[in-house]
Design a protein around this ligand. Structure first.
Ligand code: AMP
Ligand code: MG
Length: 345
């Protein structure tokens, strides 16, 4: 895997060359790192699925650096989509549009729609401009596990030294430290008769309602715990950390269970608690490791990096309560529920 610094113009050009020649390039965005290939090169895109172990029916998001690229991908752009692009691009909002015929079906999982996003990360934009083609890119993690929010996460997930996986490595990695948002984009479907939120993210339902003057339908309101995926890629189990995650209905439920001597959760496990409790910091308290956050917004930026930190810390379990309120809490709860190995009510 060729390593390239996001600060290096020459490096970005070289990574763009790798992509143009049909290679797979991991690059930073403000949400999570993406694993990209030329969206119009089906063979290159197919390699992303092989490297990630991703099911073929799970479509990818196509990343662009200019509004004019939308025309290459979408058959039509409804007025609502234009409003959303003006208000939220570049930024963490993915928009589902009717696709043009020329968009390879490997990108869209065989659907007649395509997911499009213009990221705001300066390195992502520089890379996309240099690539001169829309770049299809899912999150750069092995399928089902936690999305990478730093180039170090990629090196952890795809260790270059392991010979058995060498064939299954991306060709290049553009490094740029930790991402600012720390969680995947919000997804809105404007290709269906009603506007639907398919995934919560840091662009909230309220933000979208205020931009459009009308509230979108929330397909997966706060709980993506539906038995059957309601949209492709919305499988119930996802974002799994390397150690079990126990999710509690409230902070009070968590406290009762963790501190009750006879509860099933009070076995001698090393517990790493992640909770928004009004203060900020990582500390030890009563035998527990605690990562505390002021609020859900602060937690959303660090949730994935803490899931990884917890796994590295030697803890055997992560414990986290669901967070109250709307807005970004819905995104946090969605990821917690889908990452959970056990939930306590
Ligand atoms: P990832 O970038 O790993 O978060 O994966 C992209 C996600 O975008 C998929 O898992 C789907 O949930 C969603 N997505 C991509 N394309 C479409 C589409 N055409 N229709 C609905 N959802 C999509
Ligand atoms: Mg993903």
């Amino acid at each position: 895997m060729k390593m390239v610094r996001g600060r290096s113009r020459v490096g970005i050009k070289a990574a763009a060359e790798v992509l143009k020649r049909g290679g797979v390039v991991v690059f930073p965005t403000e949400t999570v790192y993406g694993m990209g290939a030329d969206a119009f090169n089906p063979r290159a895109v197919a390699r992303i699925f092989a490297i990630k172990g991703r099911p073929a029916e799970n479509p990818l998001i196509v990343h662009i650096s200019s509004l004019s690229d939308v025309k290459k991908l979408a058959k039509e752009v409804p007025a609502a989509a234009k409003k959303l692009m003006r208000r939220f691009w570049p930024g963490p909002l993915t928009i589902i549009l009717k696709k043009k015929k020329g968009v390879p079906s490997v990108v869209t999982g065989g659907l007649d729609t395509v997911a499009v996003r213009m990221p705001s990360h300066s390195v992502a934009l520089a890379f996309l401009r240099a690539a001169k083609t829309p770049v299809a890119a899912p999150s750069a993690n092995p399928s089902g596990s936690v999305s990478p929010v730093s180039h170090r996460d990629i090196m952890e997930d795809f260790p270059a030294k392991s010979i058995s996986v060498r064939r299954r490595l991306p060709d290049a990695l553009i490094s740029a430290g930790r991402t600012s948002r720390g969680m995947e984009s919000t997804i809105i479907d404007v290709a269906s008769p009603e506007l639907r939120i398919l995934r919560h993210g840091s662009v909230t339902v309220e933000d979208i309602a205020s931009a459009l003057g009308t509230a979108p339908k929330v397909l997966l309101r706060g709980s993506c715990g539906a038995k059957r995926p309601l949209a492709p890629g919305m499988a119930k189990i996802h974002y799994r950390p390397r150690i079990p995650l126990w999710v509690f209905a409230t902070a009070a439920v968590m406290k009762n269970i963790l501190l009750a001597a006879k509860s099933p959760a009070a076995e001698p496990v090393k517990t790493f608690v992640i909770a928004p409790v009004g203060l900020e910091g990582v500390f030890r308290r009563g035998g527990f490791m605690v990562a505390a956050f002021r609020d859900a917004a602060a937690l959303s930026k660090r949730l994935y990096s803490l899931m990884r930190k917890a796994a590295r810390s030697g803890a055997s379990v992560i414990a986290a309560p669901l967070v109250g309120g709307g807005g970004i809490s819905l995104a946090v709860n969605d990821r917690l529920i889908r990452a959970a190995s056990k939930t306590f009510r």
